[in-house]
Design a protein around this ligand. Structure first.
Ligand code: G3P
Length: 214
């Protein structure tokens, strides 16, 4: 499973890239609003350090405006994927943009039917938000299971990005479904590395090593 970082924070991105485990980055207007930088400068800087797709969200609501905005965003760097929220206008725009070779990440997906339609329109990625479904007492991972099965049944090349990941167990569950990608906040990534038995084991080995005659 590929790991994307779900943040627009350059420091976090540079740090996680140095660990050698980052395959891409996803941003959204909320994440970008937390950074004190001019939007285009920030995105260009992120794109330079990330060895894979960087998703940047379009905020237009009409197909013709989404198309225009997405063309502009795609020019910022070679590794841009344009996020477009699922909807009728978004689908129309996706069809046009995908035929121009622009990578689209269809976002705010909450059902497998939405994912199916986005895939048919030619999107490169679908982003189902599992944490937000869990928040309303609906099992988010069920939607991932359905999308994985549907895409496998019909050979869609669209990649599934498990999004709105809130804790390490979400990542394990995502990997078990066979989803292509999980986009993970930096804090969750840090938690995935740690295990108390690893810390105890290192401490003991270092203590015992100090007793070895050298
Ligand atoms: O990738 C989508 C993600 O940023 C949304 O996460 O935690 O705001 O639901 P959250």
């Amino acid at each position: 499973m590929k790991i994307f970082l779900d943040t627009a924070n350059l420091k976090q991105i540079k740090e996680a890239v140095s660990w050698g485990i980052v395959d891409g980055v996803t941003t959204n207007p909320t994440l970008v609003s937390k950074e004190n930088m001019k939007f285009e400068d920030l995105i260009k800087k992120i794109c330079k350090v990330v060895p894979g797709p960087v998703s940047v969200e379009s905020v237009s609501t009409k197909a013709k405006d989404i198309i225009q905005e997405a063309r502009g965003l795609a020019k910022l760097a070679d590794n841009i994927a344009v996020k477009i929220p699922i909807g009728l206008e978004g689908l129309k725009a996706t069809k046009v943009l995908a035929s121009e070779g622009i990578q689209i990440n269809t976002t705010l997906i909450f059902s497998s039917n939405q994912a199916l339609l986005a895939a048919k329109a030619g999107t490169a990625f679908v982003s189902p938000f599992i944490g937000r479904l869990d928040d309303i007492s609906q099992e988010g991972m069920v939607v991932i299971d359905e999308i994985v099965a549907i895409f496998n049944n019909y050979g869609f090349e669209t990649e599934i990005i498990v999004a709105s990941v809130r804790h390490p167990l979400h990542v394990v569950e995502a990997a078990l479904t066979g989803a292509d990608i999980a986009t993970i906040p930096f804090s969750v990534l840090e938690k995935m590395i740690k295990h108390p038995l690893t810390d105890i084991g290192i401490e003991k080995f270092l203590k015992d090593w100090s007793k070895v005659k050298r």
